[in-house]
Design a protein around this ligand. Structure first.
Ligand code: FMN
Length: 156
């Protein structure tokens, strides 16, 4: 609930709060979800079955913010909204000692089928949530600071 509360407080374009978080911890439902979400080309994500909880983050597209907005700017604001809310969730989970992995490689169609998600919602991301192994801190490979910014004008 703490993680959900952190996600609930996230900002969103036009404050439409397009998210709906599904929690799957029932082994039978999880097996069904894994079978449908991680088949065929998505098989590489089968490892997620080992997580005690899979969180499914869905979005419902708002007419003004997401359809008209996209036409004007070309930006899919709901994806940004889901990214921010999902990261709020992830950071709160970390604070509580939980481990998470953001999953983007899954069949959205399969998720909808397995969990009976209504037509109006689109699964955008899954989170595998569990307790990390002791001393499992890995080095994070990241670009160096000088390669990810610019001051005033690009190239300066
Ligand atoms: C949008 C997004 C989609 C991702 N999809 C997957 C995925 O489908 N499978 C997976 O194992 N990891 C996935 N990840 C995790 C990334 O691979 C991981 O965060 C990145 O490699 C950096 O690893 P680190 O944070 O452990 O250093 C995803 C992360 C993001 C942000």
């Amino acid at each position: 609930m703490h993680c959900l509360e952190a996600a609930r407080l996230a900002p969103s374009a036009e404050n439409v709060q397009p998210w709906r978080f599904g929690f799957v911890d029932d082994p039978i439902v999880k097996t069904k979800l894994v079978k449908h979400a991680f088949s065929g080309i998505y098989r590489a994500t089968r490892w997620a079955e080992q997580a005690p909880v899979l969180v499914v983050i869905c979005a419902r597209l708002d007419v003004v913010a997401n359809r008209l907005g996209k036409q004007m700017t070309g930006i899919d604001y709901y994806l940004i909204d889901i990214g921010i809310a999902g990261e709020h969730f992830v950071l709160q989970a970390q604070e509580l000692g939980l481990g998470t992995c953001w999953i983007g490689w899954f069949s959205a169609k399969g998720v909808k089928k397995a969990l009976h998600v209504p037509k109006s919602y689109r699964p955008i991301a899954l989170l595998a949530v569990g307790y990390p192994r002791q001393n499992s801190v890995r080095q994070r490979k990241r670009k160096v600071i000088k390669n990810i910014h610019f001051y005033n004008e690009y190239g300066q």
